[in-house]
Design a protein around this ligand. Structure first.
Ligand SMILES: *Cc1c(COP(=O)(O)O)cnc(C)c1O
Length: 425
């Protein structure tokens, strides 16, 4: 029998050739399940687990002295993890810090960078971004006495996509700050950050990005692109665990700005314990840390970031694109009779790590997939989001998923499930 691209043996062949295949064995993958939701919550690896256990052990052993003793002294952990994150985003280690959450880091950096004047006071964002980002921008505007109805400008997306030319056309004289996602959480579109940043700077506008859906899946060159600041979470592609501590980047050209939200951890480390009531801010990204770090929610990252540095983000990206290419090819061929639309960009330059499938019965189909042990996620009103992860998903996972979809459609088993979303979708 001829081996074509649509057979299980072809998928197995791709797995055998995969240079990252050994990482899969390091993850806890439940038997008979295919996990495709790594862009919402990445899976636990043995290395992340061990790193957490090691920190717990340091607590056992050292008590208070764990701040300065042990393998990973807690006092410097935010910086140490920042240094481990730097290669993923093309930054210098002193520009990166693991702290806060995406939302609190937006508050921190927007309150630091947004300095409105009478003629230049607007914030430019987009209508396809994650709600928390918009809530944070609106409250920052209000704190500065601005009316979001006037001062928040949202670039309109079309069918879930943003057009860079339209973003650039919206960079009017009165815009002070731009804040955009790197990869849109629904469509998976990857924004041309380099181009948009260059255009913003031509107009004297500060620009920051939310990297939640690209970090750990797409390489970045934030220094080369001259981005001013960025924030991200670490529980999606970075597999840091539920509620894992987020991260921030501040371009070293911007060092020295007083933190909008100061706390004693914004201090220069060598004088922090002088306990002065006058803050001496740290000289680098450390100035944007606020309070005592959430050590237990950072610890897994010691293990999981080590895996990324070992694998190399370019290899991760290469496999990620191969996985989504393969998924596109199978959907187009195997599911051609069943009304699925691919709602993500098809070209590599514009595609992040996940793929959005549109179908009128998406909610029912997601439930039917879960009954088969396949975990996608649903995005209202009618999208199935599939986030295959280079470090632990296989080509065979993709093949089996499409076969399961074909069976669900062919046998119409999805009709047993209500076409509506649960509380967490
Ligand atoms: C996941 C995500 C968030 C979540 O923010 P938290 O502060 O971690 O709850 C915010 N923005 C975007 C774009 C996201 O993808």
């Amino acid at each position: 029998m001829q081996i074509n691209n649509y057979t299980a043996s072809y998928a197995n062949k791709l797995d055998v050739q995969d240079p990252l295949q050994s990482f899969r064995e390091e993850f806890y993958i439940q038997q008979d399940t295919i996990y495709l939701d790594g862009n919402s919550l990445g899976l636990l690896s043995r290395r992340a687990e061990q790193a957490l256990l090691d920190v717990l052990n340091d607590w056992k052993k050292y008590g208070i002295d764990g701040w300065t003793s042990g393998e990973t002294p807690w006092f410097y952990m935010a910086q140490q993890l920042g240094a481990m994150t730097a290669p993923l985003i093309g930054a210098k280690k002193e520009e990166v810090l693991v702290t806060g959450s995406t939302t609190t880091n937006i508050h921190q950096l927007v309150s630091t960078f947004y300095q409105p004047t009478a003629g230049k006071y607007k914030i430019l964002a987009d209508d396809a971004t994650f709600p928390s980002d918009i809530y944070a921008l609106k409250s920052q505007l209000k704190l500065q006495g601005q009316d979001p109805a006037d001062a928040l400008v949202k670039v309109q997306s079309r069918e879930g996509m943003l057009v860079e030319e339209q973003i650039i056309a919206s960079m009017t004289e009165d815009v002070a700050l731009i804040f955009l996602p790197s990869v849109l959480y629904r469509s998976g579109q990857l924004i041309d950050m380099e181009k948009v940043t260059a255009e913003a700077h031509k107009r004297n506008i500060v620009i920051g990005f939310d990297l939640c859906h690209s970090i750990g899946s797409v390489p970045h060159q934030l220094d080369d692109w001259d981005v001013d600041f960025a924030v991200w979470c670490t529980y999606k592609h970075l597999n840091g665990g539920p509620g894992a501590v987020g991260g921030l980047y501040v371009n070293r050209r911007q060092f020295g700005r007083e933190p909008g939200l100061a706390g004693w951890f914004s201090s220069r480390k060598d004088v922090q314990f002088d306990m002065s009531h006058d803050l001496t801010p740290d000289i680098d990204a450390g100035a944007y840390e606020i309070g005592t770090p959430h050590v237990l929610s950072m610890a897994p990252l010691i293990g999981s970031l080590a895996m990324f540095n070992e694998a190399g983000i370019d290899k991760v990206r290469q496999k990620s694109l191969m996985l989504t290419d393969y998924l596109i090819e199978l959907v187009n061929h195997e599911l051609r009779d069943y009304q699925f639309q691919i709602a993500s960009p098809l070209t590599h330059e514009k595609r992040g790590g996940h793929l959005l499938l549109e179908h009128p019965y998406a909610a029912s189909i997601c439930k039917a997939l879960k009954a088969e042990g396949i975990i996608p996620d649903f995005r209202a009103p009618d999208f199935i989001r599939i986030g295959p992860v280079a470090l632990y998903n296989s080509f065979h996972d993709i093949w089996k998923t499409v076969q399961a979809l074909k069976k669900i459609m062919n046998e119409e088993t999805y009709k047993q499930y209500k076409n509506e979303r649960g509380v967490i979708a």
